[in-house]
Design a protein around this ligand. Structure first.
Ligand code: ATP
Ligand code: MG
Length: 751
């Protein structure tokens, strides 16, 4: 047979091309990291729309992160042109589910204005329930338990739980969990909230009852399939129910969301449910130097139960990955800084801070790295679990927006009632919430009722508090809501205007000054950052945002959501969001990311600090194999240079908390280099080749920095470990000379 021609096929190898053009209804691509799975999936979308002729609005693509969705949309957009990518239903499972629920949720009894409870909201609600009902539960554990139940589609059933007996006190715990689950569900319902699990579960319900919502869908494509859970599998099946055309790509070795009920067995389930699946493997790794790939494979091959696949490097051997032991987390961070500078310096303008990632097992490890980068004047961005949206001042503004959007949200309302201070104590708020819950009212309606002088609501609040609430809070909120309603008649009140208006009404800057005398400026700057995020969001919606779901005959859609609703949903779903993430950052920055959020991405230079037992494998993890896969994911992000490191002492200045090298690495430690490469010209040329970049000449590199001989000793006169005082009294920065010539600006902005 002759292979059809299309420019999207040009950059592909044979196996990839076969996957892109396959006529099979179901296509499964199982292959290792860097083999081009995502690249192939994106190309297949373009192929299906542009060559096979599917309408963009009939194609669903699920990615694992918001960032991945954005990148994919951009690439597809470039290949398709005419903004056709906007019509494709492309996003994370959660965001796809949310869109369907926003459009059709009312057919299954959902209010049109639901809010999303993110993981932190859920945890807070559960903590409160446990306290109120005196349940002897650990809230995070209870949350995980509830989440597992929901993922399995199980309703709370406290009555069916076994009665506690003397013999089996654990049955009490079981009962408490069921009670907690029930309370939690009714709380969400009352407050018109859906948590992450609900988004999926309710969407499954919707698609089962009203299959016509997705009657237009021709095909469903899924990236990072190994991390889908049971409910997501069901959602995929239902989205594709009309034509049963599914393409999945994944890698069992990179399954790292078992703690969120992701199931590797969904892979085998797919092959069983869709027996005619065309299975295609991709065997070439286009991402990394051979030396990086070899060592990563040594690590993952320690798992004897794994599904074996071939993965061959296409690139040169490159330089050996580094494994470095340092005194403590502080010197470790200093070492990372010096290695970043060395690599960037020796590359002239070829490498910038954008090419560097520091990947951490947990967000709590970032402190030392942040402070070392900060001290060295190296700009960085944080991705994944670092919680811009959780700063107190940001959370307050968002909570007000949530209340404005949907006043029945008791959690948000309870949190802002006394912020800024209105003389309403925590006890009063708690009582009010309880009273509202008892009378099945929302807090807001209860207060409105009360303020109207309706004494059937017998709230116990002081006159002063009452005045503050009715005179200030309710009036202000009503004022803003009225403004919005008026505005929507003609044109909508802009999101940014709305936030501005809110901040003025709250006198928010003044509130910050009074409440946080030490760092109110930083906090106000954060609020400004939120405004600029809102601004970007609105601009993105106009530019590359998504079109409404296509109309389905006989099934009415809710009218288009307002921008505020979309913004709030975006904030709640963008757990992997970062500041300034819009592909047009002005200055290069190092990325600090959790390993989880780094999945699917790649960088020329990757550091993985804190590779010790307790950190990775993490002490609280129950699944050692998953921890190993996590390290494998981290290592395989690197294209050219990979550095692992760990501190001997966990705690600077103390010698009693010795660490030991991660057991995943200890057996292969001898295969690592002990220090970073010397960056000979030949290595730099290889790096340029892998990255397909121009390498500046030696003359150009050294011309930028006058009077500089370029021997290694000149560059790094003191080893960070030697700068550490042997008496263990702390870090002596005066002994760690940082050559002045390393002005980071010279290195990073050169080209
Ligand atoms: P992961 O498992 O980490 O998600 P992946 O299999 O999805 O990896 P991609 O991210 O799609 O891999 O590709 C890795 C790199 O290889 C990308 O930079 C991509 O552009 C490049 N690449 C993929 N296929 C080819 C090819 N046929 N020729 C050249 N480069 C390729
Ligand atoms: Mg990928």
């Amino acid at each position: 047979s002759t292979t059809p021609k299309h420019s999207i096929l040009d950059s592909l190898n044979n196996a990839q091309r076969r996957a892109v053009t396959s006529d099979a209804a179901t296509v499964a691509i199982l292959a290792g990291p860097g083999s081009g799975k995502t690249h192939t999936l994106t190309s297949r979308v373009v192929w299906l729309v542009d060559h096979v002729g599917y309408q963009p609005q009939d194609v669903v693509v699920a990615t694992f992160t918001v960032k991945a969705a954005r990148e994919m949309k951009e690439r597809i957009g470039k290949a398709l042109g005419n903004g056709r990518e906007k019509k494709i239903i492309l996003g994370t499972f959660h965001s796809i589910a949310r869109r369907y629920l926003a459009a059709y949720g009312r057919h299954i009894g959902l209010s049109e204005k639901f809010n999303i409870a993110d993981d932190n909201d859920s945890r807070a609600i559960i903590t409160r329930i446990c306290k109120r009902l005196q349940l002897g539960l650990d809230p995070p554990m209870a949350k995980a338990w509830i989440s597992k139940k929901k993922a399995k589609g199980m309703e709370p059933s406290p009555s069916s739980a076994p009665q506690p007996s003397k013999k089996q006190p654990t049955q009490q715990g079981q009962r408490d969990l069921e009670v907690c689950y029930q309370e939690y569900q009714s709380h969400l319902k009352r407050s018109n909230l859906l948590d992450y699990d609900d988004l999926l579960v309710r969407c499954v319900e919707l698609l089962r009852k009203f299959p016509s919502c997705v009657s237009n869908i021709q095909t469903v494509l899924i990236d990072e399939y190994q991390d889908t859970n049971g409910v997501q599998y069901e959602l995929m099946r239902l989205l594709a129910q009309k034509h049963q055309r599914i393409t999945i790509v994944g890698d069992p070795d990179q399954s790292i969301y078992g703690w969120r009920s992701a199931e590797i067995k969904n892979l085998w389930r797919l092959l069983r449910d869709y027996p005619k699946t065309d299975e295609i493997s991709l065997e070439e790794n286009y991402r990394s130097f051979q030396a990086i790939l070899d060592l990563s494979l040594l690590v993952i091959q320690q798992d004897k139960k794994r599904y074996q696949k071939v993965l061959k490097p296409v690139h040169d051997r490159g330089s050996r990955p580094v494994l470095r032991k340092l005194k403590n987390a502080h010197t470790e961070a200093e070492w990372i800084v010096s290695e970043i500078r060395r690599a960037l310096y020796m590359s002239g303008t070829m490498l910038t801070y954008n090419d560097v990632a520091i990947l951490l097992r947990s967000a709590s490890l970032s402190r030392h790295v942040e402070s070392a980068l900060g001290k060295a004047g190296i700009p960085y961005r944080m991705v994944g679990g670092f919680k811009f949206y959780e700063r107190a001042e940001i959370k307050t503004v968002l909570d007000y927006l949530r209340v404005i959007h949907q006043p029945d949200n008791n959690d948000a309302f309870g949190r802002v009632m006394n912020v800024p201070k209105r003389g309403i104590g925590d006890g009063t708020i708690k009582n009010l919430i309880e009273e509202a819950e008892k009378s099945s009212l929302s807090l807001y309606s209860l207060l409105v009722k009360h303020c109207r002088g309706d004494r059937t609501a017998k709230t116990k609040i002081t006159k002063h508090a009452e005045q503050k609430i009715s005179g200030e809070l309710i009036r202000m909120l009503n004022g803003i809501r009225k403004k919005m309603e008026e505005a929507t008649e003609g044109k909508s009140l802009g999101l940014v205007d709305l936030i501005d208006h809110l901040l003025t009404a709250l006198n928010f800057q003044n509130y910050l000054q009074v409440t946080y005398p030490d760092d109110h400026e930083q906090r106000w700057a954060n609020v400004q950052e939120l405004i600029s995020l809102a601004n970007d969001f609105v601009r993105d919606l106009d530019r590359s945002g998504e079109d409404a779901l296509p109309e389905i005959e006989g099934l009415e859609q809710s009218k288009e959501e307002d921008v505020l609703a979309q913004f709030l949903a975006n904030v709640s779903l963008a757990s992997d969001a970062q500041k300034g993430e819009d592909g047009q950052e002005s200055k290069p920055m190092v990325t600090i990311s959790t390993i989880h959020a780094a999945k699917g991405l790649e960088w020329p230079i990757v550091f993985i600090p804190a590779v010790y037992n307790g950190s990775i494998p993490h002490m609280r993890s129950e699944d050692g194999d998953e921890e190993r896969r996590l390290l494998y994911v981290a290592m395989t992000r690197a294209q050219a240079l990979l550095y692992l490191s760990y501190p001997v002492y966990n705690n600077p200045g103390s010698s009693d908390t010795r660490t030991e090298l991660s057991s995943f690495v200890s057996s292969v430690a001898s295969s690592f280099a002990k220090k970073g490469p010397n960056f000979e010209r030949s290595l730099m040329r290889h790096i340029a080749k892998v990255l397909q970049r121009e390498l500046p000449s030696e003359k150009e590199i050294f011309a930028g920095i006058p009077n500089m001989s370029h021997t290694e000793d000149d560059l790094f006169p003191v080893d960070p470990d030697k700068a550490y005082k042997e008496d263990g009294q702390g870090f002596d920065s005066s002994r760690f000379k940082r050559p002045k010539l390393y002005n980071p600006v010279v290195i990073s902005t050169g080209g």
